[in-house]
Design a protein around this ligand. Structure first.
Ligand SMILES: [Zn+2]
Length: 284
């Protein structure tokens, strides 16, 4: 072996002993802290005189290495999650709409949890939700919980609404198909507030295009709306009929009956004020 190679190998197999380290009866260097070896012999057939051993992690070094590797994995996961979150929501507020922050006012939240837990199954069976209910009943929150729950699993999700989609489409004379294809690339697409966009013929045509393209992509779609399934089953005209028929084919209707968030927030403020008043009276 050439001297250069010998020197390189020798450096790789060197262990710098710490002051508390010691030589064991087997002739190997041991860690003074955890009393496990810092070296291991090569198998007999590859041993060369003067180069018969290589470094190994003692127990305490192994624990440190595993901790470092776990921290690195967490850091990578966190950066993937943050990137997915940034791409998912146009409304930054929704980034914190997750199960941990849920106030418990929406009885149907279990549907969201089960959707996230069974993602592989709902994805392969192409199961979507049609979350419907009164304005501010928690359906957007529930949908955002699904988005955030899946993002934690590093699934790429896009949550938007038809008003934003129609704005984006009207800005593009060319590339409209590319834009719709881009929406359809996401493993899960959530479109919030169906029916609040302009109801023009032009708008309905694009709504149909988006929903139909999603249908043909074979990937799940979640919609929120305040239109009841009765209306979906009895559409007012042909333009709505073809949109609704796709929705009924792709999405399972779920009636969301949460306590209205605005009402709940107003009630909380009133309760706080009452307790402040009571404190003031008792302090007098
Ligand atoms: Zn050690």
């Amino acid at each position: 072996m050439s001297n250069v190679i010998m020197e390189t190998v020798s450096k790789l197999t060197e262990v710098v002993p710490q002051s508390e380290d010691y030589m064991g009866e087997d002739g190997l260097l041991y860690c003074g802290k955890c009393r496990t070896p810092k070296q291991q012999y090569f198998p007999e057939w590859v041993r060369i005189p003067g180069m018969d051993r290589h470094p190994v992690d003692c127990d305490c070094e192994r624990v440190l290495r595993l901790k470092r590797e776990a921290a690195e994995l967490r850091r990578k996961h966190q950066s993937v999650v943050e990137e997915h979150r940034r791409r998912c929501f146009s409304n930054k507020r929704m980034e914190s709409w997750n199960f941990e922050n849920d106030n418990g006012n929406t009885p149907q939240m279990d549907y969201a949890r089960r959707y996230v837990q069974n993602w592989d199954k709902v994805q392969s069976d192409n199961i979507g939700y049609y979350l419907w209910g009164d304005p501010d009943c928690g359906k957007s929150y529930l949908a955002a919980c699904i988005a955030n729950g899946l993002i934690e699993k590093e699934v790429s999700v896009r949550m938007t609404n038809f008003t934003a989609i129609l704005n984006d489409l009207s800005e593009r004379f060319e590339g409209r198909n590319d834009y719709i294809e881009y929406l359809c690339r996401y493993p899960l697409l959530i479109i919030d507030d169906l029916g609040t966009e302009r109801g023009t013929e032009y708008a309905l045509e694009h709504v149909y295009n988006v929903i139909d393209s999603r249908y043909r992509s074979g990937k799940p779609l979640i919609l929120t709306a305040n239109i009841s399934p009765d209306v979906l089953n009895n559409p007012p005209d042909m333009a709505h009929a073809r949109i609704y028929s796709r929705i009924l084919e792709m999405c399972v209707p779920i009636h969301v009956t949460g306590v209205q968030n605005r009402k709940a927030a107003a009630q909380r403020k009133m309760d706080t004020l009452k307790s402040m008043m009571n404190e003031m009276v008792s302090n007098d």
